[in-house]
Ligand binder design. Structure first.
Ligand code: GDD
Ligand code: MN
Length: 386
C-alpha cells in the first residue's frame, strides 16, 4: 500500500525508551520530551521498556505517569536493548514511532524536527552525529570515535545513512507492514529496521550526542562481537545470492589451504605422493562440507550429516575432475593455452568451483520447502501492526 501521511491524518507519536538502570535519568528525560512535544503541538505517548532494573524505575515512572501519558513495561526474564525496543514498538499505538536512549545522549528537543521529516515523506529518520551540524561529545576518546567509525563503515552496503548506528530514530509505523520478522542481536535495532523494511527514503537530522552524566553505559565487548554477527545476517538478507557465493568462495579458499597443508605434511611423513594427494583432497573436501553446512547454507544442516557428507564428496570429486579435465582439454587443444598454462589452471578452477557451487546449491544443501527466508538462528520478533 502506498501511503500515507495525508494532511488530515492526525499525528500520534509513540516515544519508545529502552532502559536498564536509568531511574535517575527518567524525570529529566520525560520533562524534556513532553516539553518539546508541547512546543510543537505534537500529541503522543511515551513507552518505557525496562528489563527489571530494580533501581526504583517503577516508582519514578508511576510518579511521572500521574502527570504525563507514560507507560512502563517491565520485562522480567529478558535482557537486551534491541528486543526491548521491539517490545515497545509492539505495544505502542502511534502512527509515528520514535526510539531514543534514556541517558539524555539524545536531545529530546530534536524530536519535532525528526517527526517533521517523517511527515514530509521520509521512511526512516535518524538523529545523526555524522551530518553537517551534528557532532559527538568532546569527551569521546579516540578509541570510541574510531570504533564508531569502523562500525559505521561496515554498514555502508546496507544503507545510505551517514549514522546508521544511531539509537535515536523515527519512522512511520506503516513501514513495518509486510516486513519479514526482525531478528536483531545486540544493539543496532535501527539498522535492523531500516534494512528489513527496505527503507529507501531516509533522512538525517543533525544532533549533538551528549555523553551521559548519570548512570553507566551498558555497551560491552560482547555487544561488538554480536554486531559482526548481526551485520553478516543483514548482508545475507539484503544480498542473499552474493553473500552465499562469497561465503562459498571463502570456504573454498580455506579448503585449498587445508589441502595444501595435509599434502605437504603427509609427503613429508613419507606417505606415497598419489595417496597423500587423495587423502588431502578428502580431508579438504570434508572441511569444506562442514563449513558450508554450518556457515554458507544455513538450511543445509537439516539434512542428515553422513548422507550429505558423502554427497558432497562425490560432487567435489566430479568438480575436481572437471577442473583437471578443463585444464587438460585447454592445454591440449588451444594453442594460446598451451603457452599459458597458468591461465588454463585458473579457468579449470573456475569451472570446477562453479560446478561445485551449482551442485551444492541445487542438490547437496537444497533447502527444505518450508524453510522461511530471513529466519536464521534467533528468536523472532514479529511486529504486530494494525
Ligand atoms: N531494556 C533494556 N535492556 N534497555 C537497555 C539494555 C537492555 O539490556 N541495555 C541498554 N539499554 C538502554 C539503556 O538504559 C539506554 O537507555 C539505552 O539502552 C542505550 O544504552 P547505553 O548503554 O547508554 O548505550 P551507549 O550510549 O553505549 O550506545 C548508544 O549510542 C550508540 C551510538 O554510539 C546507543 O544509542 C546505541 O544504540 C548507539 O548505537
Ligand atoms: Mn548512552
Amino acid at each position: 500500500m502506498e501511503c500515507c501521511q495525508a494532511e488530515d491524518t492526525k499525528v500520534f507519536l509513540s516515544v519508545i525508551v529502552p532502559t536498564f538502570r536509568e531511574a535517575e535519568n527518567l524525570t529529566e528525560l520525560t520533562e524534556r520530551v513532553f516539553a518539546s512535544m508541547r512546543n510543537a503541538e505534537l500529541d503522543g505517548e511515551m513507552v518505557i521498556v525496562d528489563d527489571n532494573s530494580l533501581d526504583s524505575t517503577d516508582i519514578v515512572c508511576s510518579k511521572l505517569a500521574k502527570e504525563y501519558p507514560l507507560r512502563l513495561i517491565v520485562r522480567q526474564n529478558e535482557r537486551g536493548l534491541a528486543t526491548a525496543v521491539l517490545a515497545g514498538i509492539d505495544q505502542s499505538r502511534g502512527n509515528i514511532v520514535i526510539v531514543m536512549d534514556a541517558d539524555l545522549s539524545h536531545p529530546p528537543e530534536k524530536i519535532p524536527a525528526m517527526v517533521q521529516e517523517v511527515i514530509a515523506g521520509a521512511q526512516f529518520v535518524v538523529g545523526s552525529r555524522y551530518v553537517k551540524g551534528g557532532c559527538t561529545d568532546a569527551k569521546w576518546g579516540i578509541f570510541r570515535w574510531l570504533n564508531s567509525k569502523v562500525a559505521t563503515l561496515l554498514a555502508r552496503g546496507l544503507t545510505n545513512l551517514k549514522d546508521p548506528m544511531a539509537g535515536f530514530f523515527a519512522f512511520p509505523r506503516h513501514i513495518l507492514v509486510n516486513t519479514p520478522p526482525m531478528s536483531p542481536v545486540g544493539y543496532k535495532i535501527g539498522l535492523e529496521i531500516v534494512t528489513k523494511a527496505r527503507c529507501q527514503k531516509v533522512s538525517e537530522v543533525p544532533i549533538t550526542f551528549m555523553e551521559r552524566t548519570r548512570g553507566k553505559s551498558k555497551l560491552t565487548l560482547q555487544q561488538q562481537v554480536l554486531y559482526l554477527r548481526h551485520l553478516r545476517r543483514l548482508y545475507r538478507f539484503k544480498y542473499p545470492q552474493t553473500a552465499e557465493l562469497l561465503q562459498f568462495a571463502g570456504v573454498g579458499l580455506s579448503g585449498v589451504m587445508v589441502d595444501l597443508a595435509f599434502f605437504i605434511g603427509l609427503t613429508y611423513s613419507h606417505v606415497e605422493h598419489q595417496l597423500a594427494r587423495a587423502i588431502s583432497f578428502g580431508v579438504a573436501a570434508s572441511w569444506n562440507w562442514y563449513l558450508n553446512r554450518w556457515f554458507t547454507f544455513v538450511d543445509g544442516r537439516r539434512k542428515r550429516a553422513t548422507k550429505q557428507w558423502l554427497q558432497f564428496l562425490v560432487s567435489a570429486t566430479f568438480g575436481f575432475t572437471i577442473n583437471w579435465g578443463t585444464y587438460k582439454v585447454l592445454t591440449d587443444n588451444v594453442a594460446y593455452m598451451a603457452d599459458h598454462h597458468l591461465l588454463a589452471f585458473y579457468v579449470g578452477i573456475i569451472m570446477g568451483a562453479g560446478f561445485n557451487y551449482m551442485m551444492s546449491r541445487l542438490f547437496v544443501f537444497r533447502p527444505f520447502e518450508q524453510a522461511l527466508p530471513g529466519k536464521v538462528d534467533s528468536p523472532e520478533h514479529p511486529l504486530n501492526v494494525q
